[in-house]
Design a protein around this ligand. Structure first.
Ligand code: GDP
Ligand code: IMO
Ligand code: MG
Length: 451
């Protein structure tokens, strides 16, 4: 049975949690592929609002096995606190499995996150300060501690002593901070490891066994493709790959085992933290979107930056990740606007030498339909917009395509064409049932409609 990927198509917070929960009823396993407690996935049910950070968003479905994959970095104290919180609210967490290969966010990683952000001063990334970047950095420099080490006292002691010796040199000499005590870090992690032991398992084996037994597996990504370490707005990115390829790697699934790649896109753009957001609105419209969409970070509470839908970024993401369908979320937030805009191209400015002997330079303008790599190019973007009529009624009660007003339907069709993939689901509110399912239109039909 093939796997399905749910991935964010923008800068995170697209509504992946709600969507994963909605689909989890029909799958046997939900596996989280990347990121750590920097993620915040919100699910609104009759029992209230759940904010998940490390626990996969299938946990509210009792029949679902929830797996934290090898690609995730896990802060043991955060995970245990999250599990305690869920248990207190009556959620059965016995079906959770934690990869023995996942890396541990060590108690010193959030400290390094903060110190590195402070060192960047005005150029800070605006991280969630959860230690994710430093944990992934240690992972790729082959100095990380893995979940399997938490239940192997000898290995844990050796690694902590080696690492803390090095970390202390940096803390004391570079940052002027007090040194860490390896013995207390070891004690703390052994205690946390003992509590996590019942959940630790070879996650990739569980996932492959499920697929071999013909069960449905859903891979849930954290963050969004524009925060990808390779193809995002570097350096203003996260430290993992929230992409279809990253989903496979983090979950332990082969690309050939994936049938559906659901790109979750908001009906507009948001971003939390620093870095380029070409369609950002600094006006009353941006503020209205923020208030109506309750655009405040799930993990940090920071106000999210808001703007119109960026179809240049979205099209590149859909193409490169093989997005087979789009879940368009928070459409209801755009209800009532006179008009809505979609960015369909970027106008870039580049300082270019005009050649000759007199090394003179001029500003060269170009219009592109693909995200650039250079930081200066990102900064120079002015969006080229298409303006569409708005719709003056609420969509939150809609449950089928026919229930949506003409303007909203036209907007959905416009985005399908601009992004290059069919919209199969539309979010019209935060609640579980506020989801419109659309018949799957093929790419050929889409191209025909556009022509
Ligand atoms: P995630 O990180 O992708 O899971 O998204 P977040 O949970 O961080 O942010 C999405 C926010 O939008 C949450 O507060 C959700 O409850 C809310 N939400 C999700 N889908 C919809 C929708 O269709 N309409 C509205 N109004 N809110 C939604
Ligand atoms: P979910 O899964 C939105 C952003 C941070 C910062 C950058 C790097 O809820 O969509 P990090 O702490 O990862 O080193 O921060 O990435 N960021 C997110 N933005 N949603 C997220 O997750 C995010 N996870 C990280 O704000 O700009
Ligand atoms: Mg979020």
């Amino acid at each position: 049975m093939p796997a399905t990927i749910v991935m964010g198509g923008q800068w995170g917070d697209e509504g992946k949690g709600k969507l994963t929960d909605a689909l989890a009823g029909n799958v046997a396993v939900v596996v989280r592929a990347n990121g750590g407690s920097n993620a915040g996935h919100t699910i609104e049910t009759e029992a209230g609002v759940f904010k998940l950070h490390l626990v996969p968003s299938g946990i509210l479905n009792p029949r679902c096995l929830c797996v934290i994959g090898a690609g995730v970095v896990v802060d043991p104290a955060s995970l245990l606190a999250e599990l305690d919180g869920l248990r207190q609210r009556g959620v059965d967490v016995a079906g959770l499995r934690l990869s023995d290969r996942a890396h541990v966010v060590m108690p010193y990683h959030p400290l390094f996150d903060r110190l590195e952000e402070a060192r960047r001063a005005d150029d800070e990334i605006g991280t969630t300060l959860r230690g994710n970047g430093p944990a992934y950095a240690d992972k790729v420099s082959r100095r990380g501690v893995r979940v399997a080490d938490l239940v192997d006292e000898g290995a844990l002691r050796r690694k902590i002593e080696r690492e803390i010796e090095e970390k202390n040199r940096i803390l004391v000499r570079v940052y002027g901070e007090p040194a860490l005590d390896p013995a207390s870090v070891l004690d703390e992690l052994l205690t946390l490891g003992a509590r996590l032991a019942p959940y630790i398992a070879p996650s990739e084996v569980i996932v492959q066994d499920a697929l071999a037994a013909g069960k449905e597996v859903l891979i849930e990504c954290a963050q969004g493709a524009m925060l990808d370490i390779d193809y995002g707005t570097y350096p203003f990115v996260t430290s993992s790959s929230p992409t279809a390829a990253g989903a496979c790697q983090g979950a332990g699934v082969a690309p050939t085992q994936v049938r559906r790649v659901i790109g979750v896109f908001k009906a507009y753009s948001t971003r939390v933290g620093g870095g380029p957001l070409p369609t950002e609105l600094h006006d009353a419209t941006g503020q209205a979107i923020r208030e109506r969409g309750r655009e405040y970070g799930t993990t940090t509470g920071r106000p999210r930056r808001t703007g119109w839908f960026d179809a240049v970024a979205a099209r590149a993401v859909a193409r490169q990740n093989g997005v087979t369908e789009i879940a368009l979320t928070l459409l209801d937030v755009l209800d009532g606007f006179d008009h809505v805009k979609v960015c369909t191209a970027y106008r870039l400015q580049r300082l270019e030498s005009t050649g000759g002997h007199s090394e003179s330079a001029g500003i060269v303008e170009s219009v592109v339909r693909h995200p650039p790599a250079g930081e200066a190019e990102w900064e120079s973007i002015s969006p080229v917009y298409e303006t569409l009529p708005g719709w003056q009624c609420t969509t939150s009660e809609a449950r089928s395509l026919e229930d949506l007003p003409d303007g909203a339907r036209a907007y959905v069709r416009f985005l399908e064409d601009a992004v290059g993939a069919p919209v199969t689901m539309v979010g019209v509110g935060p609640a579980r049932d506020q989801l419109v399912s659309l018949p799957l239109v093929t790419r050929t039909e889409l191209a025909g409609a556009a022509g």
